[in-house]
Design a protein around this ligand. Structure first.
Ligand SMILES: [Zn+2]
Length: 154
């Protein structure tokens, strides 16, 4: 008996059919209750996302070895973890880098222009052979050059 049939048969005049239909529906309810996300599971998931952010940041801190990954300045704990494409778009180790406060400010304010920052990040991902990131940078560089053909690279 399917669940749809059970629903139809739960109003049957036959008590045996009604009983069988009730069993099917109860079983289905148990299955559904098991598959529903629990509040506890959601909390665990949220915590693991924070853990993931910490892990990504720690990996970037280690990779940078205390140096700004854009200009090379030795800044140690003053470095900022920057998600190049935006935190909502790419939270990976490959998609982020450690920046000294001046570079972080310049990037936020887009000093030098988007193309210059794309090329700087492109150099960084090339050093670490992050192929997927490099392909993404190249795509964006292509778009940027098509949109602003006169832009000079500093
Ligand atoms: Zn810097």
């Amino acid at each position: 008996m399917t669940r749809t049939e059970a629903k139809r048969w739960q109003d049957s005049p036959d008590p045996g059919v009604r009983e069988a239909a009730a069993r099917v529906l109860a079983g289905r309810a148990r299955v559904m209750a098991k598959s529903l996300p629990r509040r506890k599971d959601e909390a665990v998931e949220a915590e693991s996302k924070a853990d993931e952010d910490r892990r990504v940041r720690a990996a970037c801190v280690e990779r940078s070895a205390g140096h700004c990954e854009a200009c090379g300045a030795d800044r140690g704990p003053a470095l900022h973890h920057d998600h190049f494409w935006g935190r909502g778009r790419d939270r990976s180790v490959e998609g982020s880098w450690m920046l000294c406060p001046p570079c972080d400010t310049k990037k936020t304010e887009n000093v030098g222009g988007r193309l210059a920052w794309l090329l700087r990040f492109g150099l960084h991902v090339q050093i670490y052979a992050y192929g997927h990131q490099l392909a993404k940078v190249e795509r964006h560089v292509g778009l940027e050059r098509a949109q602003h053909p006169a832009t000079e690279v500093p």
